[in-house]
Unconditional design. Sequence first.
Length: 315
Amino acid sequence: QVVDIRKGMYHVQPYKIIISHARLLLDTMRTNARWAGKSNKGPSKDELYLNLESLCKNLEKYSNLNIDIYDVEALVFTEPFLDVVKDPATTGPITLIALGAISKLVELSILNQHSKDIRDTVRSIGYSLINCVFHATDKENDAFVLIKMMKILKNILVSDIGCFLSDDLVYNMIITCYNNCVRRGNSLLRKSAEMFFMEMVNYLYSRYDFTLFIDTEEIILNEDDIINHDAPDYGSQSLILLFRFFCDIIEDNKSVELGQKSYFIMTVVNSIVEFKGSTLMHCSEIMQMITNIIGVKVLNIIKFNTFSSSFILAV
């Protein structure tokens, strides 16, 4: 049976997709020493494995009964995968498959604004991803796990379900990407993290019209957003928190020269200022940080001529 995703673009079979990912995960887990040799009735199966088996059985039953996927709480078919993502004893390849299942649910809009308990589900996914831990085995392969995790974070933020994220979660999602930007060792991981970080920051700041910033420090979205119920749960707090984080990185560098971290953050701030321009003047907290911290740093760079002229002209 082909199920029409409500208000979505795809005609997919959600039960079949979820079950196939769960079975792939189970098959891979059985090749791992932790689960190897487990019989169907083995008493030593752990909760991760049993929950995935239970998920397959329940979804097959729902499919046979023609129960709409939107009548099933979304946490029912996401939590078994998220439990794997959060398990520190799970290896990278297994974690990657679990992440792949979550990624597919987001990319195919199986998870959307019509999903049951979507707010709790989106936040559960977000917190699980930023707390993703696994047993490191190979640096190159482990990097792919982290890249996949960041890609899902970005896709959730820019999707229609991103509006259910909280200020705190949005902030921590972006900080998670930043932490991988400054991680030493793998250049692919670092470059990927920088890309996701920039995309998420630019999306977050471009979403708002700063000319409508009001005294309560809440941002009014345009009328179309309100009519379409796309007004996000997060708001001005995440914008200000992030800008304060940017300034903390810049202030931590006591030298008049810019270190690698400060230079990267300065280019991010420059991108925001270029994109939003004078409309930032309507947010007093951000303007104070630009004037008192970032502006002073730039003036010191010019005064002591500690950076290239092209960078000075850019900022």
